[in-house]
Design a protein around this ligand. Structure first.
Ligand code: DX5
Ligand code: ZN
Length: 216
């Protein structure tokens, strides 16, 4: 099965966002990954609802929203209305994760849980049957262009085991430091979705990089 490839527009040229979205539309990419940061859960602020609305107007692929925010329950409705097809919340930001997931699903979106590098995937044991996606952070969230954390391979294997054991259909998404060199080993370890920011948008031929990841 070819991987699902999700370019992260965090690394795009925000002054030319329409052009960047059209590039993704025409590429082999499957989803568009949108990173939302609040300056509280993570030490950076990125984009929010008005930007998502603009992206949605031009995008012809599903939008995968990664919420790096505290109290996501206050915002998921607005993100869904703005065009999110999948919404992931961070396990570390959600004391009532089960309720958060129910809320996202009731809005008709796919529900994901994002997991920081230090959080064991075993913490997903009692939620894995309920979710469509696990966003495994392979860098500390907050910034694009960081170095891939090698321990992620072990976490993918452990998560795959947990998913199989529980009869879950959750996809495993890898977010951070993905490139043409680690794509194949990540897929071999069990990844289903590759998020890629810098490697795509810093290239002189982004569509070729997307094709390369898709063919990995
Ligand atoms: C990091 C974000 C990632 C980021 C990935 O907080 O969640 O989606 O954009 O960017 P690269 O591929 O540059 O590591
Ligand atoms: Zn992300």
């Amino acid at each position: 099965m070819p991987p699902i490839v999700a370019p992260s527009i965090l690394a795009a040229d925000f002054a030319n966002l329409q052009r960047e979205i059209e590039m993704i539309n025409q590429s082999a990419a499957d989803w568009i990954h949108v990173d939302v940061m609040d300056g509280v859960f993570v030490p950076n602020i990125s984009m929010g609802i008005p930007v998502l609305e603009s992206v949605k107007r031009h995008a012809n692929k599903p939008i995968d929203v990664h919420l790096m925010i505290v109290q996501p329950e206050k915002m998921v409705d607005a993100f869904r209305k703005a065009g999110a097809d999948t919404i992931s919340v961070h396990i570390e930001a959600c004391p009532h994760l089960h309720r958060n997931i129910q809320q996202i699903k009731a809005l008709g979106a796919k529900a994901g849980v994002a997991v920081n590098p230090h959080t064991p995937v075993s913490h997903l044991e009692n939620i894995i049957r309920e979710i469509d996606l696990v966003c495994l952070m392979s860098v500390n969230p907050g910034f694009g262009g960081q170095k891939f954390i090698e321990h992620t391979y072990q976490k993918i294997k452990d998560l795959k085991h947990l998913i199989t054991l529980n009869g879950s259909s959750a996809l495993i998404e890898i977010d951070g430091g993905v490139n043409a060199n680690n794509a194949v080993p990540l897929l071999n370890a069990g990844a289903d979705v590759l998020v890629a920011g810098n490697v795509v948008f810093s290239s002189s031929d982004p569509q070729q990089v997307i094709r390369q990841l898709k063919g990995a």
